[in-house]
Design a binder for this molecule. Structure first.
Ligand code: PRP
Length: 215
């Protein structure tokens, strides 16, 4: 922590699909900074006048920065937040970035029912969430953790199925996969570090109130 940290509100924004949606929403309530762009090579962008610092990080790292207090608040998808198992406050459902997590299998190798996949291999970026889901179904599975292009798993014989995110359904369709179980609906969330939430309560509360007004 730096000496002047209490004066600033540090906000972690994820690169990728949620970046511009997050930046646009925050701008509407006066939280902006010159040259705030995910393409910027500068990773900390400060608005001195408003005492705001933006840090731009890999999506999966946002909960880590917020949990350890390097960022006071952050924007992150509910999927990444749950999978991270980080201890942070979830302040607000921001509504955007809507998609869902599901299980899919190759259409031509579809089995009769979900339980027929017990003890098979599932490829996913979200092994914790997937395990919780399958355990609730009374199914034991083998998990293969991938970091992207999950749909490739069953195509190349790495797994029988996938647990992944669907937004438009195009990726499933183009790879001849079919959804067989919907696991949960997802949206972007505003999260806060537990200590920052107390130390900077007025500022964070005002931001949450202003965001609620426009959501
Ligand atoms: C996500 C997800 C699917 C795809 C779904 O991947 O993992 O692959 O989007 O979107 P759709 O239903 O609109 O086709 P992302 O683009 O984030 O990249 P990744 O495969 O590297 O994770």
């Amino acid at each position: 922590m730096q000496d002047n940290d209490l004066e600033y509100l540090t906000i972690a924004l994820p690169k990728g699909k949620l970046f511009s949606l997050s930046a646009d929403l925050l701008k509407k309530v006066g939280y902006d900074a010159e040259n705030l762009s995910e393409k910027s090579r500068k990773l900390v962008i400060t608005n001195e006048e408003k005492k705001i610092r933006f840090i731009i990080t890999k999506t999966a790292d946002v909960p880590t920065y917020v949990e350890c207090g390097a960022a006071d608040i952050g924007v992150i998808g509910k999927d990444v937040l749950l999978e991270s198992e980080k201890d942070v406050y979830e302040l607000l459902d921001l509504g955007f970035g809507a998609c869902h997590l599901m299980m899919a299998v190759p259409t031509d190798r579809k089995r009769a029912k979900l339980s027929d996949y017990a003890h098979t291999r599932v490829a996913t970026k979200f092994p914790h969430i997937a395990e919780e889901f399958f355990t609730r179904q009374g199914m034991q599975m083998e998990y293969v953790k991938l970091n992207g292009s999950i749909e490739l798993g069953p195509i190349v014989g790495l797994s029988e199925s996938i647990v992944d995110i669907v937004e438009t359904g195009t990726t499933l369709k183009e790879n001849r996969l079919e959804e067989i179980a919907r696991i949960m609906d997802l949206t972007a969330r505003l999260i806060a570090n537990r200590v920052s939430f107390q130390l900077k309560f007025d500022r964070i509360e005002t931001l949450v109130r202003d965001l609620k007004k426009i959501l």
